[in-house]
Design a protein around this ligand. Structure first.
Ligand code: ADP
Length: 463
């Protein structure tokens, strides 16, 4: 139960423009009840606790008892969409020192701590949090919205330091003092070059924030899969069967794999992926054994999502040429699905570009009996996807993502991701002659020249 000075709110997803900023949004009136004003630092308590700057709700949310936050904040607070969290005001404690390490193995950080600091100014952190570094442009947006916060950091605007070309996530290894602290001018940032094991929780590599232009599809999928995985009791009580299989269809590169991964992460389920063509290239007998082992592991470690990519390669329509192996594998998948003991604990998500090419036996009730089509994104969808893939990039001021979403008709998510990557590579090529790859860190002056410009995008479009 919330105590005095606390309120309980339902968690909702962040809008794309807020992702990565460490901001949550709540109706101002509700905040007023516990003496909080926009710009204050709040503690968010789910299964864990974390800090964030609270901003005003968007007009459409006024009057709703919700708190919007991005996927990393949800993970830091140990909560997920639709769950309840409690918030309260927290006093501003300046960090004297924060130690960070890359959250992903295999990444080496070559930038000095002082450079990273500029991208983290104003952020509130606590031990065990995972942060994504955002571009200086986004940090500036935060300060524009909360001028009070900015006044804490005199001189911040003098430099706008670019950072990386992609989004890099960091784990907060420790802070002094402990608790929820804010990174300010006085904070010393130490970077451990390599990932540190934090056994406390798993770090989501993909969340719903990373999926653009598919809001209605995400909500449908959440209802079909996340709800039964998290709350099988609801289905029991209603006396309806949660689905065993969901079929995702859409052109290649529309985000089928991505959305399935996000779903697994957000519902705290294991994600196990089988690739159709790959499994079919195995020897007779081996494919069947692999699939059997998969299902067994999925049940043992439930809740789990088994993702079968290009399922049409395994289960083509019978009138298409089918061999003995295909027939056996299809029969086996069906019987394994029929045999899943606890409904709702293991859900099989199949993906295909050609739903019509599938063996109809797979789509009967009790099998892949729910379907979601992923669209080719429209202009707004493309803009969201571009925002996602430029999140960590130092964009030059002449880059208007809106312009690029207008001229990329027909591009799917994978094409837009490739466009951003190529633009970033163009920017990198410009500074490459100045980098000595043998060195441990890249000089600040070189990094400060690294901007991805409109021209870099235009050149990338030529391919
Ligand atoms: P599919 O499984 O439909 O072929 P993927 O999920 O493998 O497509 O997409 C490949 C990559 O393209 C993703 O990892 C992601 O970087 C990008 N991508 C695709 N769709 C989207 C989307 N809707 N939003 C953001 N990125 C996307």
């Amino acid at each position: 139960m919330p105590q005095n000075g606390e309120i309980e709110l339902r968690v909702a997803e962040a809008l794309q423009q807020d992702v990565g900023k460490g901001i949550v949004r709540v109706d101002k009136e509700l905040l007023g009840k516990i003496d909080i004003v926009p710009g204050n630092l709040v503690e968010i308590m789910g299964k864990r606790s974390t800090g964030a700057i609270v901003g005003e709700a968007y007009p459409a949310d006024v009057g709703l008892e919700i708190i919007r936050m991005d996927g990393l904040t949800r993970s830091n607070a140990g909560t997920s969409i639709s769950e309840m969290v409690t918030i309260r005001k927290t006093e501003l404690k300046e960090a004297t020192k924060v130690i960070l390490a890359p959250a992903t193995k295999g990444i080496r950080i070559m930038a000095p701590g002082e450079i990273l600091k500029k991208n983290l100014m104003g952020r509130s952190v606590s031990k065990g949090d995972v942060l994504a570094l955002i571009s200086p442009r986004k940090t500036r947006e935060t300060f524009r919205e909360f001028p009070d916060v900015e006044s804490v950091f005199s001189g911040f605007f003098e430099a706008s330091t670019p950072f990386s070309l992609g989004e890099i996530k960091f784990t907060v290894v420790s802070t002094s003092p402990t608790g929820i602290v804010r990174i300010t001018d006085v904070t010393e940032i130490e970077i451990r070059p390599e990932a540190v094991e934090l056994i406390e929780k798993k770090i989501p590599d993909v969340t719903y924030d990373d999926v653009g232009g598919l809001k209605p599809e995400i909500s449908k999928l959440r209802e079909m899969v996340e709800l039964p995985l998290r709350h099988p009791e609801i289905f029991d009580r209603l006396g309806i069967d949660p689905p065993k299989g969901v079929l995702l269809h859409g052109s290649p590169g529309t985000g089928k794999t991505l959305i399935a991964k996000a779903l697994a992460n957000e519902s705290d389920a294991n994600f196990m992926a089988i690739n159709g063509p790959e499994i079919m290239s195995k020897f007779v007998g081996e494919a069947e054994k692999r699939i059997r082992d998969f299902f067994k592991q999925a049940e043992d470690e439930a809740p789990s999502i088994i993702f079968i990519d290009e399922i049409d390669a395994i289960a083509p329509r019978r009138e298409e040429v089918t061999g003995e192996v295909e027939r056996r594998v299809v029969a086996q998948i069906l019987s394994l699905m029929d045999g899943l003991k606890e409904r709702g604990k293991v859900i099989v998500v199949g993906a295909t570009n050609r739903p019509d090419a599938l063996d109809p036996a797979l789509r009967r009730p009790g099998r892949f009996d729910r379907e979601i089509g992923l669209r080719v994104p429209d202009k707004d969808g493309r803009c969201e996807i571009l925002q996602i893939h430029t999140r960590g990039m130092p964009l030059a001021d002449d880059v208007e993502l809106n312009e690029f979403s207008s001229i990329t008709h027909g591009f799917v998510g994978a094409d837009l991701a490739a466009l951003c990557r190529e633009a970033a590579m163009n920017a990198l090529r410009r500074i490459l002659p100045d980098i000595d790859l043998e060195e441990q860190t890249i000089p600040k002056e070189v990094l400060e020249k690294l901007f991805v410009t409109k021209n870099d995008f235009m050149d990338a479009l030529k391919f």
